[in-house]
Design a protein around this ligand. Structure first.
Ligand SMILES: Cc1ncc(COP(=O)(O)O)c(C=O)c1O
Length: 437
């Protein structure tokens, strides 16, 4: 008897199409996935931007196995277990100075909503409760919960649910093919898009009503949008000028993707909160976190009477023992194997390799930063996303996993890749693009 495919409603998937011709993965090791038939598939996307240390790493596997046998679950509401504190401490070894408080969630989506709530709670605790406007950006992705969708800027994600949260606005996207196509690293043009924030959006709401601005320092899910030079620095200074909190959604960039612990380090811009998930524990157990500036924590904590709960928010699984055990083991592995440095040293190789696709059929832009690359294809008239989807299928059949979003291919390999893996990945993509209409 074979398993029915009928019952699992697959997320972000064309269910009917998939179930008619499934692409299954049943095992993983190092830089590879394996199909149920035993076919090897090079993982060009570290799962979903999350398995940064490579698959099924022994120290993480062992930590989780040992943990489930000794403490499977313990509440963190008015109770504690040592691993949750240890995991938070492990993360704070690499967080920016003055950002040493950690609120645990179970996903990037929950981190988004948690950070927005912390922003509102913080202003209220300061006696500035009028600050309730939250500003995101077009093409931003902050997961799929109501808060994250509201500040997010991907039209199909917002179509049915985006308008539920009042007091939200959006800056325009930094994507500018006309001025920046085929840039290596950060594009030259686009910091000027912030003029609109200063001259239209903030005056419209009045800056004194704005609680927070949330952006991905480098937007991944919407197709690898690299911030223009000076953009994040200018955004930080606008926030400072008006007392607005700046939240970096680093669910993709956190834990080494750009070759530094956080994108905040890469760009030299310190936000007030950093949202993480994914690679925090190498995606071994669902888990996320909001890393908070100490002063924000102190303000919220001291605003209510001793003995009362200061922040009415949390999840049953905040600081789950398995997630914490995996986090501690992952952070140790990152340090012991210097994996962030490895990502940094592989980045120029990926950059050179991916830009060699310039001139390949259908390619209208190539972008890269850190150990990430994006390849934008000309959409097929009347069938957006189709061409990239066909590239995904061909690459999978040829033994490489890529990620596509619209007509953009996104690459984000595990940091354990060798140069030969990069070559193989790019070669597979080239062949796929040459073969599709
Ligand atoms: C920047 C960003 N924020 C939030 C999320 C949502 O994370 P999750 O799918 O774990 O809820 C993602 C997922 O890709 C992301 O890239």
């Amino acid at each position: 008897m074979t398993t029915s495919l009928d019952h699992f409603w697959m997320p972000f998937t064309a269910n009917r199409q998939f179930k008619a011709a499934p692409r299954m993965i049943s095992r993983a090791s190092g830089n590879f996935y394996y199909t149920p038939e035993g076919r090897e598939v090079l993982d060009g996307t570290a799962g979903l931007w999350c398995v940064n240390a490579g698959h099924c790493r022994e120290p993480i596997v062992r930590a989780v196995q040992e943990q489930i046998a000794s403490l499977d679950f313990a509440p963190t509401f008015q109770m504690g277990h040592p691993l949750a504190f240890e995991a938070a401490e492990a993360i704070c070894r690499i967080t920016p100075e003055g950002m040493k408080r950690v609120f645990f969630t179970n996903s990037g989506s929950e981190s988004a909503d948690t950070s927005l709530k912390i922003a509102l709670a913080y202003h209220r605790a300061r006696g500035d409760g009028a600050r309730r406007v939250l500003i995101g950006r077009e093409r931003g992705y902050h997961g799929t919960n109501f808060g994250g969708v509201a500040v997010g800027g991907i039209p199909m994600n917002r179509k049915l649910y985006g308008g539920f949260l009042a007091s939200v606005d959006h800056m325009r996207s930094t994507h500018d093919l006309a001025r920046n196509a085929f840039t290596r690293g950060q594009p030259e043009y686009g910091a000027d898009f912030l003029d609109e924030l200063e001259t239209r959006i903030l005056p419209l709401h009045d800056p004194s009503n704005v609680a927070a601005i949330i952006v991905e320092p480098m937007a991944g899910s919407t197709g690898v949008l690299v911030p223009p030079k000076g953009y994040l620095q200018r955004l930080r200074s606008i926030c400072d000028k008006h007392g607005i909190l700046l939240i970096f959604d680093e669910v993709i960039t956190g834990f080494g993707r750009l070759g530094t612990p956080f994108a905040a380090d890469f760009f030299g811009v310190k936000p007030d909160m950093i949202n993480v998930a994914k690679a925090m524990n190498n995606a071994a157990v669902p888990m996320g976190a909001v890393i908070v500036r100490d002063e924000i924590y102190n303000t919220v904590i001291h605003a209510s009477a001793e003995g009362t709960i200061e922040f009415f928010h949390g999840y049953t699984y905040s600081g789950h023992p398995l997630g914490c055990a995996a986090t501690i083991a992952t952070q140790k592995l990152f340090a012991e194997e210097a994996l962030f440095q490895r990502a940094a040293s592989l980045a120029p190789y990926l950059e050179d390799a991916v830009h060699q696709l310039r001139g390949t059929r259908h390619v209208i832009d190539i972008r890269n930063l850190g150990f990430v690359a994006g390849i934008e294809l000309e959409p097929r008239p009347g069938a957006p996303g189709r061409r990239a989807y066909e590239a995904l299928v061909r690459c999978f059949e040829a033994g490489s996993l890529i990620r596509v979003t619209g007509d953009i291919i996104a690459l984000s390999p595990p940091f354990t890749f060798e140069k030969a893996h990069v070559d193989r990945l790019i070669d597979t993509i080239r062949r796929a693009l040459e073969a599709i209409e």
